[in-house]
Each structure stands twice: as C-alpha cells, then as structure tokens.
Unconditional design. Structure first.
Length: 505
C-alpha cells in the first residue's frame, strides 16, 4: 500500500493496546518517547499482517498513521518504552545493552488470540543508546522487511514487518545514508540477554518476575508443572532446537547469534548480516564481523546450545529454590541442556527425510542425507535448487538432468541417486504425490543475496521501490512454481556474488 492509497487524516487509528510489560517494575525498561523525524513518508504497510492483528491497514497508511509509524505521534493507549537487557556478543559479556534505537509502543491481541509486541526500530536515542544516534538506515530496514517476511512465508517462527517509513533525514555510518523506521511485530522481545541483565546484577527477584511473566505469556503449561522454572527452560530449549533445525533445512545463516539476539519465544529476531547459502558450504560465513566463523552455517546448533547454557546459568537461583540445593539445580540444568542435541537432531533429520521424499524412517536415512550434503559441498551445488529439483527427480528419472546440472561432477549425483532410488522403492507412495509433498518442504524461492542487494540499491540510491515490491511478492509465495519469475531462483553469477553482509546498525 502506497501513500497514494492513504485515507485522509480523519481516519482514527485504534490499536487497542494492552501493555503488560509496562506493568513490570521500573528497572525492566526506560520510559521514553520516539524522537520525531523531519519528513516521514510511507514506504509500505503490510496489509495482511495488519488485518491479522485487527488493525486497519488504510488507517495505518493515512497521514496520521504514518506519523505514528515514524514516531512523530504517540498513539492512543501507547506507553512507549525501551527494554533493558544485557548480552554475550561473540562470546564477550556486555552487562548493559538494551533497546538503543527501538521503542516498544505496546501490545495488541491478534485475531488468533496471541499477544504481540508492536515496536519501532530506528526511532531515536534512548538511555541505552551508548552514544549512538538511535536511528536506522533505509537499506537495513528493507532487508529486515524482506527477509523476515520471507521467513514467515517459509513457515519459520519469526518477527515480522508491519511497516517501513522513510524519515527524510540522513544517518551517518560508513557513508551518509537515508534514514528509515521499521515497525516490527513479535510474540515478545524478551531475550536470553534479558535474563542475563538481572542475573548479572544478582537481582533474583527481578529474574523471578521475568520468569513468571515469560511463563504466563509464552509457556502457560509450565505454570502447572512440578518445577515451573525447569519447565520454562525446557520449553525455550525445545523451541530453539526446532527453530535452528528449520534454519539449517533452508540454508539460512543468521549471522549474529548473540544472546541478546536469542528470543525466548523461539522466534528468529534481529536480522542483520543474515543470508541464505547458495553454493552449499557448511563453513559459510557472510557477516563481515564474524572473522572467526563463530556463527557459520554449520556452527549454528552449537551457538544456540551455548546461548541456552547462558539462560540456564541465569535461571540457576530459581532452579535451586525448586530443587532445594545447588547441586540438584546444576544437575537439573545440565539435564535440560542435554536435551537440546537430540531434539535438534530429530527435527533436522525429520526435515531432511521430507526433503528427500522419505515418509517413513529407516536405518541409513541420516547417512543418505549426509552423503548428499557432502557431495553438494564438494561440487558447490546450489542448496535451494538441489532440493527443489529433487522434487522433479522424485517424480521420475527424467527429472535427474536438472539436478545433475548443478554438480561440477554430475557423476557424484548419479552414484548418490542410485541409492536414493532404491530407498524410495521402500515407500508405498505414488511418485507424483511424493513430489508434491517434497515441494512443500523445499522452496522454489528464497531471498537470494544478490537479488536482495539489487533491490536495496534501487531503493536507496535511485528511490525506485519496484524491485523491492516485486522481490517481496516472490518470497511471500516461496513454494509455488512461477515460471515468469525464474530470474529470482537463479544463483548469482560470479560477478554478482555477495560475499559479505553487514549489520547496518
């Protein structure tokens, strides 16, 4: 929806905010209003998401709505605040981070009955800004809009983009860039780092309040468990295991898996130097600041487990009160953390079976999948296209040619495919039905890095938002075959390759 579609200023904006986080103790946040911008202009409103939240997209696109989305006006019922949190950043603990450029406007109940945060990102300085300007550049805002909406369409738990607004002001990073504000929607913005913030201060009472709030909001079943705080830890671990498996199955690299970027709700949050693998490489890193490969593609499960260990440490005082002694609390924490690996492996293995068209589980399936991945790595086969074209190969041997073409040595695929076809014969499923099931597990389209960069360049440099809109349309329907959009499924040519991505903060 563009500004031209906006209604006049008399259209009222009704968010129906219910601000439970603002009822927590004052030390959980700083109350601060967004800082107004010079000349806000709507880039886009997410019509489908707005309606699912019970919001009027036309009202959001009105002049009054844009003022709210830019931070120039506080909506009725909003209690803007910046949340306090800490975090381990690339393994180093920072005791105070917090929302340095974000404002939580409030919470709304969606049509699904779920409570959601509505947050402005890039809305100006807060007490947590650490000498930063609190602003966001247009490019990173549009990147998060594209990739988060793509992840939602792919079925991955994620924060989402409700709107993007340009500010009419510039921000200074490595260069001078146009500014923007993103309106982000999340099940909540509570992070592992939020728990670390209070644990580092020895504030056990605040840790308890936060844990009770998290249970009530995200894990209500834990309230009825014999040990609610252990149940909370188990719940977060389970959701993170599932989430990381989904990332791996799509070739997604988050890029900056610090504990302050690890959501306890199990959502993907804080899209900075994120990217999708093209030529499969388990050691792949895109982030320009990850020189040691801490958050490489293959290390993401280990990074998640490390982050969850920090959560367990923060919860230890509560676990000790439940267990009755420190040794029992430690044993409980270790037991919970030991569950991450098996849960991740089970989810990942099940996902790979779906991608290979295996509807039953057999000994040797994991080895078959791993053998394919190793051959893909040696032959630099495109991750997304290999699995998508396997859908055609599953429908009949005539589909093999498309997969073979992705391998530097086509014979590497042929020898693997012989074993795969023998395994498929053990499945009592018609070929076409199998192929259709596989297409629901392996997308045709992802936001390929070079295409994202081209869309951002058009928007930032030429103020041409058509490539952004077209790419958003494509990645919002990732599992559909769209012959008219095949250019979006093509891997980057050598001169188009994006080898490094940037956080943009």
């Amino acid at each position: 929806m563009s500004p031209a579609d906006s209604l006049s200023d008399h259209r009222s904006i009704r968010f129906g905010f219910e601000n439970t986080y603002a009822r927590l103790p004052d030390r959980f946040y700083a109350r601060v209003d967004p800082t107004p911008v010079a000349a806000p202009r709507l880039v886009r409103v997410n019509v489908e998401l707005a309606r699912s939240l019970g919001l009027d997209p036309d009202a959001l696109a009105s002049a009054q709505g844009v003022e709210i989305l830019a931070g120039n006006r506080v909506a009725q019922g909003s209690e803007p605040l910046a949340q306090a949190y800490a975090g381990h950043q690339f393994g180093h603990f920072v005791p105070q981070l917090g929302d340095g450029r974000a404002n939580l406007l409030g919470e709304v109940l969606g049509r699904d009955g779920v409570r959601y945060d509505i947050q402005l990102k890039g809305s100006g300085p807060t007490p947590f800004s650490r000498r930063g300007d609190g602003r966001a550049a247009l490019g990173p805002v549009l990147r998060e809009y594209i990739v988060s909406e793509a992840m939602a369409a792919l079925g991955v738990p994620t924060t989402r983009a409700l709107a993007a607004v340009s500010t009419g002001q510039q921000v200074v990073r490595e260069t001078v860039l146009p500014g923007a504000v993103l309106t982000r929607v999340a099940a909540s913005h509570i992070r592992v780092g939020t728990f670390e913030y209070f644990a580092a201060r020895g504030d056990t009472e605040a840790t308890r309040v936060l844990a009770d709030y998290s249970i009530a909001r995200h894990y209500p079943e834990a309230a009825h468990a014999r040990h609610p705080y252990r149940a909370l830890l188990d719940g977060v671990i389970a959701r993170q295991a599932s989430l990381i498996a989904q990332w791996m199955l799509l070739g997604f690299i988050h890029g900056v898996m610090n504990t302050d970027n690890t959501s306890i709700s199990g959502e993907t949050i804080d899209y900075g130097p994120c990217a999708f693998i093209e030529a499969y490489d388990p050691a792949k890193v895109f982030s320009s600041i990850d020189v040691q490969g801490r958050y490489s593609y293959s290390n993401q499960p280990h990074a998640a487990h490390w982050n969850l260990t920090r959560l367990a440490e923060a919860l230890l005082p509560l676990l000790e009160q439940e267990a009755g002694e420190k040794e029992a609390a430690l044993a409980s924490a270790y037991e919970a953390l030991a569950g991450f690996g098996p849960q991740f492996e089970a989810a990942h293995a099940a996902g790979l079976r779906r991608k290979l068209g295996l509807l039953t589980e057999r000994d040797g399936d994991a080895g078959l999948a791993q053998d394919l991945l190793e051959r893909m790595a040696v032959n630099r086969a495109d991750f997304t296209l290999t699995f998508r074209r396997l859908c055609d190969a599953a429908a009949g041997p005539e589909g093999d040619a498309g997969v073979r073409a992705l391998f530097a040595d086509p014979g590497a695929y042929d020898s693997w495919a012989a074993g795969w076809r023998r395994r498929l014969q053990e499945e009592v499923v018609p070929e076409q039905a199998r192929a259709e099931a596989m297409r629901k597990a392996s997308p045709a389209f992802i936001p390929r890095n070079h295409v994202v960069e081209a869309a951002l360049e058009a928007a930032v440099v030429r103020q041409d938002f058509q490539p952004f809109e077209e790419l958003l349309d494509v990645v919002s329907r990732p599992y559909e075959d769209r012959p008219d959009m095949e250019q979006y499924s093509r891997p980057a040519r050598p001169e188009e390759c994006v080898r490094a991505t940037f956080c943009g903060t």
